[in-house]
Each structure stands twice: as C-alpha cells, then as structure tokens.
Design a protein around this ligand. Structure first.
Ligand code: 5CA
Length: 440
C-alpha cells in the first residue's frame, strides 16, 4: 500500500476526549472515528488490525471444533419473549419497531436465536456435540460507554454456543473453549488469566472471565501471581481428549483467581502474601455454562440413546474483538506510539523513502516494496513528500514492527537502515539483506 494513495488520517494533537492511552493512540493513528456516542467507524488502518485479530480468533475456534455461521444483528422480540429475557434484559436492549409495528431488537447476544436454529433441525443425540459461532456486531445501550471501543454501545463479539446431551458433555465443550481462549489471547500477544466470574444476564453458575492485567482496566481482580508464567496449551492440543482438556482446566483453575463480584477475601488471604496479585484488569472474554436455561423454555431437545427426549445442555462463549484492539495497545505501547505484536500488525513492514523524488531513493524503495509484496508481506510504502521527521513519527505512531529506511547517503552505498519498532535498534545493511530478512 502506497501511503500517498491510502486513507490514514493522522492527528498531530492529542484528542481531548480520550482518557486512556489506547483511545488516544487509536484516534491519533486514524484507526477509528466516533459517529455518535459509543458508536464507531473502523477506518482502514484499524480495520486491518481488527481483521487480523478476527482471523486468529477464527483459527482457534475452528481448531477447537466450533463451526462458523452468521446470524443477523436485528432479531424478532418473539424469541426473547419465549426465553423470558425480553422483559428481564432492561434498558441495555435497543428496541425497535418495523413498519408493521412488530417489535424487533438489535441483538445484545444470541442465545435465543442460536437455540431457535438448533431446535429447527437437530433432533438426535447423534448430531451432538455441536458448537456454532459467529463474529458479529452487537448493541448494548450502556449507561457509560467510554474509552473508545473498549466499552462501546455497538461492538463486535465472537460468540459461540455449545449443545450437548449431558452435563459432562457440556463440561468438555466448556473446556474446549477454555483452552482455545488461552491459545487465542496468547497468539494476540496477551497474557489473559481466567477468573471465576459472575454470570449476570446470561445466567448459569459456571463462568470464567478472561482478564488482562492493566492499570486502566475497569475491573478489580485478585489472583495468584504464578498465573503470569503458566504454560499455554500447544498447537498440538487434542481437543477430543476429555482427560487432556480437563487437565488444562484443572491446572488453570488450581490457584486463586476471581473478579471483585466473586471475590472471597478469606480464600485470597490464604494465598501467601508475596504471591497475591491484586490489580485492575480488562475483561476480553467470558465463557458460561448454563445447562438448560434456554433449551427448556424454548423446547430445544434431542432424542437420547435411551429413546427419550432430553433438553440439551448449553454454554456460550464470548470474545470482544473491538475491545481486544485497545487492550493490545494498553499492553504494548511507548511514548512514541503503538507497538503491535507481529501477529496483528496492520502491516508487516513500512518502507520509508526519506527523499521522495530522488531517483536512487525512489528506485530502491520501489524495488523493496515490489519484492516484499511479492513475498506475500503486507507492506506500507511511505512515498509521500513529507519531511523525514514526520515520516519517522508516523511510522512509530502506527506501530508497524519493522521500518526499512532509505535515505540518499545509504542508498548511494547500496544500503538501507532497518529499525525494530519495539527495541528501537537500527542496523544498516545491503538492500538485498534487508529484503532477504523477510523473504528467506
Ligand atoms: N452471550 C455471552 C457469551 S457469547 C455474552 O454476551 N457474554 S458477555 O456479555 O460477557 O460479552 C462477551 C464479551 O464481549 C466480553 O468479554 C467483552 O470482551 C465483549 N464486550 C461486552 N460488552 C462490550 C462493550 N460494551 N464494548 C466492547 N466489548 C464488549
């Protein structure tokens, strides 16, 4: 992508409305724009990061055996009347009427709709277990939307829903998502700790929130500090192994970890003082087992091996991609801007032409841009005629992991400078060596 033809509206000044660093940097880097309170457009740079986050979430959901579909944002109120949540959900639900005066709503979550899909076609235990997910916009009319896309009214959610014949089966499904979440957040460059959590309007009595420790987090959390160094389940994790996944779950729940709603002061005080971690955190995922809470009132049942009908045991599993993007920034930035983990960076590399219009600089940059693009890399080429200082500041602000800098003096020697955004280390090398670093 040539910067001269891209749309990346950088802000020079710090926006006054932004209270936390991720919101400030997302606005400054031209990633998002607020359209009305708590409702955001994702501008091209932000959209690239969001897509990469979603790609990792999707890979790990698929690996764990979940199946993607897509459900609409607008839902009929009837389904919610069946489950009894239409009245219970309260003011957070945005209620709408269509031209026939039929009550509709902008979905805050999808338990009812997915249960309706399930009951319409699954009739036998032989079709279980089943886990269906989508990545879709949601709307919750939060009283206090704040911190940009961290707590917005319209936001994206990956929500998965599992269906099993028995409670034991449902616990295995829960453990699959538990392990998939550990892997997902790790691949996003984050350390998320599963903590016992309150179930709120979703319901049930088994629930974990996945929390990233950050000073700007909205939740108060308490945990054993060893969680910070626990091993993450590997790529070869066998998601069909009941014992294997139970062992992962047991290990990751063996020490104290709870959000403030579930906090047990006495149990926490039993942890040796030097091993207690009391901190603030950002909730990036939340998983629930709620048994037959929706299947019973909505009549979602299957025929079991005993020939009788059984209401299915369900769980739901949420991740917030539009919250994860700022959460990653909270965890990874410096005074100059964002530092993206390579896995979600909007571009793999930025090629900075320090003197656009200079034949040798132009030729060198074009050569590198073409070679890296051909090698399948996402390359941003700063071909604008801005001053070098402005270009460096922009490259640092948008956080691309590697910068290849082509200035007249180095280019005259057949060389460029390669800068690592995270460490700031710069290395001068031949043009070929710079290309090979990515191609090899
Ligand atoms: N149905 C269940 C799981 S699929 C559910 O709705 N869970 S939830 O309410 O805990 O939300 C799941 C995730 O969505 C949260 O962990 C969080 O990452 C994200 N999320 C929830 N509310 C917001 C919000 N207002 N802004 C941004 N992300 C949000």
């Amino acid at each position: 992508m040539r910067l001269s033809r891209y749309f990346m509206p950088i802000l020079k000044e710090n926006p006054k409305e932004a209270e936390i660093v991720s919101h400030r940097l997302m606005l400054r880097a031209g990633m998002i724009r607020q359209q009305s309170q708590g409702i955001y457009s994702w501008l091209p740079l932000g959209k690239r990061v969001l897509d990469k986050v979603n790609a990792i979430i999707r890979e790990e959901q698929n690996r764990a055996g979940a199946i993607e579909l897509s459900m609409p944002t607008l839902q009929s109120a009837e389904l919610w009347q069946e489950s009894g949540r239409y009245d219970a959900y309260g003011k957070e639900m945005l209620r709408i009427k269509d031209r026939q005066d039929r009550p509709m709503l902008y979905g805050p979550t999808n338990e009812e709709m997915v249960t309706d899909i399930f009951r319409s076609s699954v009739k036998s235990y032989k079709d279980l277990p089943l886990n269906l997910y989508h990545i879709q916009l949601k709307f919750r009319d939060e009283i206090r939307p704040r911190f940009g896309t961290m707590r917005s009214r319209e936001f994206m959610m990956k929500d998965a829903y599992s269906f099993d014949l028995t409670r034991e089966g449902a616990e295995h499904s829960y453990n699959k998502m538990f392990a998939a979440y550990l892997r997902t957040f790790d691949r996003l460059g984050l350390r998320a700790i599963p903590m016992r959590a309150d179930t709120g309007p979703i319901g049930g009595n088994l629930s974990h929130e996945f929390i990233i420790l950050a000073d700007t987090g909205e939740s108060e959390v308490f945990c054993h500090k060893d969680f910070v160094d626990f091993d993450i389940p590997g790529e070869n994790t066998d998601f069909d192994s009941v014992e294997g996944l139970q062992a992962i779950f047991d290990k990751w729940t063996s020490l104290y970890a709870a959000t403030s709603e579930m906090h047990d002061e006495a149990a926490f005080n039993a942890v040796p003082e030097g091993e207690r971690l009391s901190a603030r955190g950002i909730e990036v995922g939340h998983i629930f087992y709620f048994g037959t809470k929706y299947s019973e009132p909505m009549g979602a049942k299957v025929q079991g091996p005993d020939g009788k009908e059984h209401f299915v045991h369900m769980g739901s599993y949420g991740i917030g991609p539009t919250r994860l993007v700022p959460a990653i920034i909270e965890a990874s930035h410096d005074d100059n801007g964002i530092i993206w983990p390579a896995s979600v960076a909007p571009f793999d590399v930025v090629v900075i032409n320090m003197k656009a219009g200079d034949q040798a600089c132009d030729d060198t940059c074009e050569l590198i841009y073409a070679a890296l693009t051909k090698a399948g890399k996402d390359v941003l080429y700063d071909d604008t005629d801005d001053r070098a200082g402005t270009k460096f500041a922009t490259a640092d602000l948008i956080g691309v992991p590697v910068q290849i800098i082509a200035g007249p003096r180095a280019v005259a020697n057949g060389e460029v400078e390669v800068k690592d955004r995270k460490t700031g280390a710069r290395e001068t090398m031949t043009i070929e060596a710079a290309i090979n670093r990515f191609v090899a």
